[in-house]
Design a protein around this ligand. Structure first.
Ligand code: KG4
Ligand code: ZN
Length: 363
């Protein structure tokens, strides 16, 4: 009898809206009572081209662009999923952390949609979205696991025992790993966001060519510090006379040396991330690790971590490459998994307040 009743419960459709920084993301997922959340459609507009001229994100321009993009993206997603807007059961949106104005656009549109459709709303923590995003991959993880969360603004190691059970084991005391990539890349004259550009340049360089510090590698805890690395990169560039005038693209010798510096920088960041992750696995005794956030797209990090974990019989899970950086799918997914776990309730009160600063341990 109960099995029949269970079969009759239709999947809930959750629309997710992400607008915390420089990507507008919208997605529709289908959430069964229990079992895997399924991605039905998602669409993304990246503002990278717009911000590139300024060397970084301009918050006011980001907000204005989110306003332009979000409604067409919602239409596109519903069309791709072959569903009318009225089929949406819950409207989820990124409530924080992020840029206040940018968050307000997503929250405002989600609230307007919720009120217009008579459907409840759910605010989602952006980092929980990143953390759970590997559950949309072809090789989803199982709880418990160690999570290495490496985004543009955060670097954290966590013990994750289930949805909503996040224990911070260590985090950065200054710059995040993504910031270390971006700031070093900027010093090397690479476009914003520097991470992928530095990684491409590093592919042509020697990773042992420049001596760079491995900050806090032997600190005895699981915290990170990356600010000193950027200063060391700067010092090398000053010594080479390249800080204000980078070498000409025709100077092959100098370009090769710049690639060496990029490779050495990447190697320093990756070594610290891998070794601290291994230490977290040892400390917790867990045999599974999940990597999430934009830096999780880095090929060298994936290679080194996979190699180290294979030798220790540890499973590593990543989000699909296109879901490593910000997207709406992870927001709809996190909302779905929280609702499934009974940890959140969607509300019919428009949730117009956003949380630009919001600790993951406070959710
Ligand atoms: O998670 P994310 O999209 O945004 C935040 O929530 O912060 O992460 C963006 C960060 C940027 O610092 C970007 O440079 C970095 O991820 N990133 C990479 C790569 N792709 C993105 N860093 C290194 N290698 C990559 N392939
Ligand atoms: Zn993010």
């Amino acid at each position: 009898m109960s099995a029949v009743a269970h079969l009759n419960v239709p999947d809930r459709l959750i629309l997710g809206v992400e607008s915390s920084c420089d990507e507008t993301g919208v997605a529709l997922v289908s959430v069964p009572q229990d079992g895997e959340v399924r991605l039905l459609a998602h669409a993304l507009h990246s503002q990278i081209d717009m911000h590139q001229a300024y060397g970084g994100v301009v918050p006011e321009l980001a907000s204005r662009d989110h306003i332009r993009r979000v409604v067409p993206l919602v239409r596109q997603v519903m069309k791709e999923a072959g569903q009318p807007l009225s089929a949406v059961d819950v409207v989820a949106f990124t409530q924080g952390p992020g840029l206040a104005g940018a968050l307000l656009v997503g929250a405002g549109v989600a609230c307007a949609l919720g009120v217009a459709l008579g459907k409840p709303l759910l605010g989602v923590h952006h980092l929980e979205g990143h953390l759970l995003s590997p559950f949309l991959s072809a090789d989803p993880p199982q709880f418990p696991f160690v999570a290495l969360l490496v985004s543009g603004g955060h670097t954290q190691l966590m013990r994750v025992d289930g949805v909503g059970s996040y224990q911070i084991l260590g985090e950065t005391v200054d710059d995040a790993a993504g910031e270390a990539f971006d700031k070093s890349a900027k010093l090397m004259g690479l476009p914003y966001p520097g991470g992928p550009h530095l990684s491409r340049l590093a592919a042509h360089g020697r990773s042992d060519a420049f001596e760079l510090p491995r900050p806090m590698l032997h600190s005895g805890n699981l915290d990170f510090s990356f600010a000193g690395l950027k200063t060391a990169v700067r010092t090398h560039l000053v010594r080479l006379g390249w800080l204000d005038a980078l070498p000409s693209p025709d100077d092959e010798g100098a370009q090769a040396m710049l690639a060496d510096l990029a490779a050495s920088t990447q190697a320093a960041i990756v070594e610290v991330l891998v070794k601290k992750t291994l230490a977290a696995l040892k400390e917790t005794g867990l045999k599974r690790v999940v990597v999430a956030g934009g830096v999780g797209a880095n090929a060298s990090l994936r290679y080194q971590l996979n190699d180290a974990c294979r030798r220790r019989h540890i499973r590593v899970h990543y989000p699909e490459l296109h879901l490593c950086t910000d997207n709406g799918a992870m927001i709809a997914l996190a909302a779905g998994m929280r609702l499934q776990a009974g940890l959140a309730q969607a509300t019919r009160d428009p949730v117009f307040h956003v949380k630009p600063r919001w600790d993951l341990s406070a959710i």
